[in-house]
Design a protein around this ligand. Sequence first.
Ligand code: AMP
Ligand code: MG
Length: 335
Amino acid sequence: MKKIKITVSLLLIIFTLSSCSQKKIISRTEFVLNTVATISIYKNEGTEKSETIIDNAFELCKDYENILSRTIETSDIYKINSSEGNQTEVNPQTAEIIKKSIEFSELSNGAFDITIEPLSSQWDFHAENPVPPSKESIDNALKHVNYKNIDVSQNLITLSDKDSKIDLGAIAKGYIAEKLKEYLKENGVSSAIINLGGNVLTIGQNNNKDFSIAVQNPVLEDKNSLMGKLMISDKSVVTSGTYERFFYYDNKLYHHIIDPNTGYPVDNNLLSVTIISDNSTDGDALSTSAFILGLEKGIELIEGINGVEAIFITNDNKMHFTSGIGTDIIFEKID
Ligand code: AMP
Ligand code: MG
């Protein structure tokens, strides 16, 4: 429930910031992809047409969830994960997102790794009294986490270690947001925001002005306040943060971004990383990657990629920017 409340407040903030000068926005919120998703069409050619487009976009979102979820038993990912090392034929989109994921594993030196499933599935953030898994089960799972165990040959996926399993939680929302954007644009939408649980992708401008997208304060006690606003058009804003999914045990916070070297939640001085990029698949994969790499190596990674910027927030509540924030990307701090 906590997660939902946080996300809803973020949604409201984004909505308020970006809607001031607008008369007619067609918007809908649904619970999909295990999160709260909102699609808002700003410039529309009639309520009825926009409502139909939004209906279809949510259907499309569910179609993707049905092939990419690790828990839906008919999904491609479920099939791969229960294949015991045998070849699995999947939809081309599944092969595409897996191939992309492997590229990000290579780019991040293995920090980003979708074979994290044997570990990520052990952490239950929704349990009434969550407890960390035992060291023994973490160490056992760790042996099967290695993106090099995935073989993609056209639409055929094989896991060379039969106990390796895939979890697309760090990239699927960005990938699906891109597919929704494609669908909206094909249907004549020229101004919109797709928000899949805080994974935000904007289309065009808001009444000839940039969209204003909030960056949330990641400090738990201040979670409803903002660090600032990004002024963007046709860009994606994705955040990975400790506040998104976590529990406390013995006064220690355990969150959902796992270090594939240790098997435990990443333990560095970061609270969140926000990536601003053209493409939301990249933004999603990079926010998780940069978070795991930490402040220094994370900034280095992002600085090395053209057209991508980032805001890192450390546990002293300080912001650290890549070089294009304030020049290529307008960011208005809130004190
Ligand atoms: P995000 O919120 O995009 O940073 O993604 C976090 C989610 O990605 C977690 O809830 C897990 O499902 C998954 N995940 C956790 N650690 C990793 C990792 N090292 N590499 C790839 N995916 C991960
Ligand atoms: Mg991510």
